[in-house]
Design a protein. Structure first.
Length: 93
């Protein structure tokens, strides 16, 4: 059985071929937030930091939309929120 983190990693790797990709599950930080009731524990909130040439020339909004579109199936199955840091290689620190 794969975790949501594993699926996110595979999807983003397959689509964006990133130079670097970090994914962390931050669900525990949101366990007591309003509206959380009824959602499964864990695997709902993630932080994604990605550097990929595929993001070059895109606005911040376009980058975010492309990642959200890539992960549409995850949102349909319980992913609630992403915190994104998306950069092209020339923008990476």
């Amino acid at each position: 059985m794969t975790t949501r983190r594993d699926r996110i990693h595979k999807t983003l790797t397959d689509i964006f071929a990133p130079e670097s990709l970090e994914i962390s599950d931050e669900s525990g930080k949101h366990a007591n937030h309003a509206g959380r009731q009824g959602l499964p524990a864990g695997e709902t909130h993630y932080r994604v930091t990605m550097v990929a040439e595929a993001l070059a020339g895109q606005s911040r909004l376009a980058r975010s939309r492309s990642v959200h579109d890539a992960l549409a199936d995850e949102f349909k199955s319980g992913l609630h929120a992403l915190s994104l840091s998306l950069r092209a290689p020339e923008e990476a620190p």
